[in-house]
Design a protein around this ligand. Structure first.
Ligand code: NAD
Length: 340
């Protein structure tokens, strides 16, 4: 049985505690939050779980084998490093750390100690995103032309990260998992509408070595909630709408064909193909439940996490490049040059 300690019991922490409590092979031993009022809720719901306001005490707890970190991003690095140095496996929330340098140091520390380091890129564990990867990798969509996502709502204004680090991180982790190519350069623009706070609206464009392009639009100041992603390929196109109760994924057998013109054979005519649309069956298991099981499997066996430290680092590197571009009003930033 893997003993789990969870640090951070705010909005997301309770979901992690619940899923690890229900996970076969795991038992939540200790929950830490620096706010005692948060811990009262843990005591009421989970009478057998120890609570503490000290992360150091949780890391020193011999009944804890693995630490799950669900605090704001600015604390991820210090807490994850503390846990690794205490010999604990780590599952850290997205984004993995505040900089690629921090992310790389965590990877090195975990490797040196032969400990599991996994990042909670939740969407990777959803049935819809798994299906998107399956379709892409099997060539069902053909050549991938674009990834286009809108992730907006009247959201909680974070104080430590801008909206890219809070919302676009989901798209970057989905792209990292689904596609077999990575962005080489990014351009981002965005603004803050609250003095002294990070940007609350942003438009991020990503360029690849191939003929593919990606765009992500994120906003904490939208009157409506939208979670809609399009993945366009030469053969088929996919729409992922996370707000749909069922049929989250729709596959469109639609596209274009290019035919030589009648009068001028060098002039191509664009023809339209409007075939069927269907909604494939996707697993409806809660993503965090699948993820908790996978983490336990990684700790107990020799399985490498699907969303390991390297995946976390790749995502943080893109976020850094995007923030740098945003600070320079959308100037193109090479991903490789960032954090090097
Ligand atoms: N995977 C997802 O879909 C998803 C969704 C929401 C949030 N998150 C991530 O979860 C993390 C937490 O977000 P949230 O919305 O729950 O934040 P939150 O502010 O609601 O909760 C954070 C909690 O951590 C506690 N805390 C902060 N620093 C601490 C420390 N040093 N020691 C102990 N406790 C500490 C706070 O008291 C608070 O209760 C963030 O990294 C966020 O990006 C992930």
């Amino acid at each position: 049985m893997i003993g789990i300690g969870v640090i951070g019991y705010g909005y997301w922490g309770p979901n992690l505690v619940r899923n690890f409590s229900e996970c076969r092979g795991a038992a939540v031993r200790t929950v830490c939050d620096r706010e005692p009022t948060r811990l009262q809720q843990v005591e009421r719901r989970y009478p057998g779980v120890t609570v503490t306001t000290s992360a150091a005490d949780l890391c020193d707890d011999p009944s804890v084998d693995a630490v799950v970190i669900a605090t704001p991003v600015e604390h991820h690095f210090d807490l994850a490093m503390q846990a690794l140095r205490a010999g604990k496996h780590v599952l850290v929330e997205k984004p993995m750390a505040s900089s690629s340098q921090q992310a790389a140091r965590l990877i090195d520390e975990a490797a040196a100690r032969k400990l599991v380091l996994m990042v909670d890129h939740t969407f990777v564990y959803t049935g819809a995103v798994r299906k998107m990867r399956e379709l892409t990798q099997a060539g069902e969509l053909g050549e991938i032309y674009y990834y286009d996502s809108v992730r907006i709502n009247l959201g909680l204004f974070q104080h430590d990260v801008n909206v890219l680090w809070d919302l676009a991180v989901h798209d970057l982790s989905i792209m990292d998992y689904v596609l077999d190519q990575r962005p080489v350069a990014v351009s981002a623009t965005g603004l803050s509408h609250v003095a002294g706070r990070p940007q609350n609206i942003a438009y991020l464009t990503m360029f690849f070595e191939s003929n593919m392009i990606a765009h992500v639009h994120v906003n904490w100041l939208s009157p409506v909630k939208v979670r809609r992603t399009l993945l366009g390929g030469s053969r088929r196109m996919v729409m992922f709408d996370d707000l749909e109760a069922s049929e989250k994924l729709k596959i469109y057998d639609r596209g274009i064909s290019l035919n030589p013109g009648h009068e001028n054979k060098y002039q191509m005519l664009v023809g339209y193909r409007t075939g069927d649309m269907w909604a494939p069956q996707v697993a409806v298991t809660e993503a965090l439940s699948a993820e908790a099981s996978h983490f336990v499997e990684c700790v107990t066996g020799s399985v490498t996490p699907t969303t390991d430290g390297q995946a976390g680092l790749r995502v943080v590197r893109l976020l850094e490049a995007a923030s740098e571009s945003m600070a320079r009003q959308g100037q193109l930033v090479s991903v490789e040059a960032v954090g090097a």
